[in-house]
Design a protein around this ligand. Sequence first.
Ligand code: ARG
Ligand code: ASP
Length: 719
Amino acid sequence: MRKTFLFVVLSLFLVFKGIADEGMWIPMLIGKNIAEMQRMGLKLTAEDLYSVNNASLKDAIVQFGGGCTGELISAEGLLITNHHCGYPEIQSHSTVDHNLLANGFWAASKAEELPNPGLSVRFLVRMDDVTNLVLKNIAPSMTEQERAKRIRQVADSLVAKAEKEGIGYEANVRPFYYGNQYYMFVYQVFEDVRLVGTPPESIGKFGGDTDNWVWPRHTGDFSLFRIYADKNNNPAPYSPSNVPYKPKKFFKISMKGIKEGDFTLVYGFPGRTQQFITSHAVRLLIDQSNPHKINLRDIRLSIFNKFTESNDTIAIKYAAKHARVANAWKKWIGETMGLRRLDAVSKKQEQESMFAAWAATNPELKERYGWLLPTFDRLYAELAPLSLVVDYRNEAVYGVEMLSFASRFERLLSMALEPNADKAKLAEQRNKLVEYVRDFFKDFDLSVDREVFAAMMQAYYERIPQKLQPEFLGKFIQQSGNWRELARQIYSQTAFADSVRVLTLLNDIDSTNAREFLNDPVFSIYFEFEDLYRKNVQKRYFEITDSLDILYRTYVEGLMRMQPDKRFFPDANSTLRIAYGKVGGFAPRDGVVYDYYTTINGIYEKSQQRDVPDYVPPKRLMELYQAKDFGPYAVNGTVPVAFIASNHTTGGNSGSPVLDAEGNLIGVNFDRCWESTMSDVMFDPNYCRNISLDIRYALFVIDKYAGAKNLINEMVILQ
Ligand code: ARG
Ligand code: ASP
């Protein structure tokens, strides 16, 4: 009885007050959290973390290549991020004879560092709260389109002005809390970023997909790059005459190590979270969307596996695809389990009942918020069947490589069929496509995709209501009833599977050639799916999701009024954030307790399971292990490899600096535990742990494994 009471009080307390470790906070406003952070151990001030007037820690952090984070670790522009973040670049420098993925790479001098066209990094120069400016002329009577247009006008002029302030500046204005607030972000973008070093995959991706999203982890998930600038330290396109960038700030590296309960801070660019979604949305996610997407990927992955296990060429071609498809698949499984375990739907419902009760307490609240929950009910009910089609479109239709390949041709074909097509634009579009086509066939195998096609068509046919199915599916199944036979016919007839034919047709693209593409069976199938989607799903689907965004804007405003003392963090939106927590293990399942760190001993142990290809470390690493040749990186006769802590992170936080109480670098964030992945929707400090590479393992690999003393000498390492 007392326990129950305590539990109710406690959970209400958590709902109202927020949970200490939860949150991805806005650096500019971190002052509001600083007292709590200092209580947890932080020795720094808000100004140390973020300042526009003086160099602060934010100046040592970059958004890396769009989807990851990286941080500077030397006065000469040296940067560390994850191996999986540098993967495309590492892969692009790899050939059979010179395989950086397999062998690793360490530039012995700056002259050996490898340029990466297309890769850029961005520093946050500053952020401004522009809410008042942006919302100044917004009236409640405006339609959503009018509102959006006004906002865009103001934002565009702010951005245009900010981008003139410095070399390589780029700015944008982003909504927070579903458009209750707006902030402008001004970045400085550097385009000359060179690969400096990477361990072989057998370290950088040790554990592979087997260990992905899983603790205990032994992945040396790091790679090193260097930012180059012109002679004045300004951004410049790649040039051999560029020089290493001198950062305003770089991280000192701490060798002091970590113990349970230590304060940790993760400073990076989390991509997307959805903490405010209602019980309806959570139910849709875990009862419909995730299970269907997981199931479709189960099918696809088992086809990939069947081929890659028996054919090495296919295994190489499908390595990155497999990793990508498996990464989200495994996350969705973990997320679904996690949300079920937390009983997230009931928790959300409780919160909604409280909200409804609060909104009924006076007429003003009732008018402004009383209608929200019934409207969520209605809109999500209408959304569910449309959302199913959208999921099948993304996973089943676009999961077939031939169909997503064909989709890339649509724009060019419609341009080519226009009687007065602009020749220059057409040529530009064609050239882009030619490049894409060449890349596509490098990693494509027809026998794999043919089987995926058969399986995905069958899945679509069996699950999606008939009125949302292209006619050919029903017709075909009546005639022959064999999906493999359909696939065989289509794949033997299509020109899209023949790179030479595709390139020849593209080469002199005119209306005749365009028609040949249009009439191709693969393009027709793609287009039948697309046409149906555009006519019957797309418009209403986006009307509903747009309406939901407006509802959430008002709902979140209401939640904030209902709990005026609670600090709300805005959902992640790929802008710079601070998350703080503590080092510590947890109990993921009945009878299992996780320790908070791993060591090189675990790499050896895993390598003893000889039938797991993901567990094959490099020979040299195991020699160092056997000889206990750990140099200064030895701790109690071993080398620490990874650790977990309760920082709230998500996709995009990969590569983020993990800092100690003094702001020194102790790790590089790279993943979450499987039992934690529901944190994008609901964070729970009992189960949510981010996984970081212990910086001492990175140093050990750079120094003892690779012998790259030149890099170690650049760093400032605190003993
Ligand atoms: N789970 C990590 C994050 O979501 C990616 C790890 C990449 N490694 C892999 N084996 N797929 O993105
Ligand atoms: N592995 C993720 C990333 O690449 C991080 C995460 O989702 O926890 O950003």
